[in-house]
Design a protein around this ligand. Structure first.
Ligand SMILES: [Zn+2]
Length: 415
């Protein structure tokens, strides 16, 4: 299977490094509020990727971090006059509920940043000892001139970077040196370690701390999130990972999903144009939302179009109809691997078409998760089933298997 790598700007073969399972890490949300459809678009893409890797017989460890230490959470807690962990706990629980409502069931483990403060401090200290980080006014910054080509992930030259500012402060060595540890003016959410001082870890080091802990300091296979995370978040993370481990590349593939827009603007809480998953699910089913997102390629950024969701529902109805004609979904069909399906007995001439459809489906999924194409193949198969082009009494077992193989790979519930 190939996935488009943000770093090399090419489709690259997905490979497992030295582990028996495929290890991927996707940036989770900041738990200050309920997630919106932009988040849903991203997490559905990684859910389908995981489902497909599992279908192809891989073991997958899908790690997601939860940012529960962040100014936005502290601000909300102050406004509501409650301890910040109360806000963080509430929205973490509601996030997990939202994922379940969207049938995103593939995350193996959630790691909350608040549990990784000490690990973050240890890594910051190590970067200081290595001479890669420096102290300034109680803060600690990463010196990007010590990194292996800072800017390589976001494809920016030294000149591009000179025009940018990250974590602006007078006295920094480079304008894009970013915070690893920062002092804060607060009584809540402050940690004190002799090695780094009193404060809070920066945003980017938290992910590195979680990945180093969960993967025992070893390189891993895929790191993902929405494109807005490429710079500075993932650029910074990449530099930290490589500096601390000495391994280049540390992450094999950086995979990013396009943004969900609203009149050309990013859907975001700060812009006030969000449609939360909760309110969308009062209007549409989770299958309708999934069909809509999968009918666009994951790398595409596009405007949210509610009419299009309703329009596509007609195609989804066809798949639902087919699901009532084929044999019921068995637990076996949900487990069956691709190798099994590729060796379907073709005793009936009609099944040739089926083998072809399955091969096309696999080819589309393997080609950078081309879900618009694979979805169309499932739709075609459903149409044939509904229109009795394939007699359900004849090749019913093979057809049913193929149908559920596609449905489960794409993650539809079809109730
Ligand atoms: Zn992250």
């Amino acid at each position: 299977m190939k996935i488009f790598s943000t770093l090399t700007e090419r489709k690259e073969e997905l490979r497992r490094s030295d582990s028996d399972e495929f290890r991927m890490f996707v940036c989770g949300p900041t738990v200050q509020d309920n997630i919106h459809l932009g988040h849903a678009k991203t997490y559905i893409a990684f859910d389908v990727l995981t489902r497909w890797l599992l279908k192809c017989g891989n073991k997958v460890f899908f790690l997601m971090n939860i940012t529960d230490v962040d100014d936005k959470i502290f601000d909300r807690a102050k406004r509501e006059n409650v301890p910040y962990m109360k806000i963080a706990n509430r929205f973490f629980e509601e996030f997990v509920e939202d994922l379940e409502s969207l049938n995103i069931l593939t995350v193996s483990k959630f790691c909350r940043v608040s549990q990784y403060i000490e690990q973050s401090a240890i890594l910051v200290r190590r970067l200081l000892d290595m001479g890669i980080a420096y102290r300034l006014d109680g803060n600690v910054y990463f010196d990007i001139s010590k990194a292996d080509h800072f800017g390589k992930l976001s494809h920016q030259t030294e000149y591009d970077l000179k025009l940018k500012q990250i974590d602006a402060a007078p006295g920094k060595r480079n304008s894009v040196d970013f915070l690893l540890w920062r002092k804060v003016d607060s009584t809540e959410g402050v940690w004190n370690y002799a090695s780094v001082g009193e404060g809070r870890p920066g945003w980017h080091i938290q992910d590195t701390a979680i990945a180093f802990d969960q993967f025992s300091g070893n390189p891993y296979d895929l790191h993902g999130g929405a494109t807005e995370l490429i710079f500075p978040h993932h650029e910074a993370e990449l530099s930290q990972d490589e500096a601390l481990s000495g391994k280049i590349p540390f992450v094999s593939i950086w995979m990013h999903t396009g943004l969900l827009l609203e009149n050309g603007e990013k859907m975001s809480k700060s812009l006030g144009n969000v449609l939360t998953v909760r309110s969308a699910l009062r209007k549409f089913t989770s299958d309708e939302l999934r069909y809509y997102f999968l009918s666009h390629h994951y790398r595409e950024s596009f405007d949210l179009n509610l009419e299009e969701i309703s329009h596509l529902s007609a195609k989804l109805r066809q798949i639902e109809k087919a699901s009532r004609i084929v044999l019921p979904r068995s637990s076996e069909s949900q487990r069956s691997s691709r190798s099994k399906l590729q060796t379907l007995p073709s005793r009936l001439p009609k099944t040739n078409k089926l083998v072809e459809l399955l091969a096309d489906f696999a080819a589309a999924m393997d080609d950078d998760l081309d879900t618009p194409q694979s979805l169309e193949i499932l739709y075609k198969l459903s149409e044939s089933i509904v229109e009795k082009e394939m007699d359900s009494k004849d090749a019913n077992e093979e057809i049913s298997k193929a149908f559920w193989h596609m449905v489960d790979s794409l993650g539809f519930v079809l109730l």
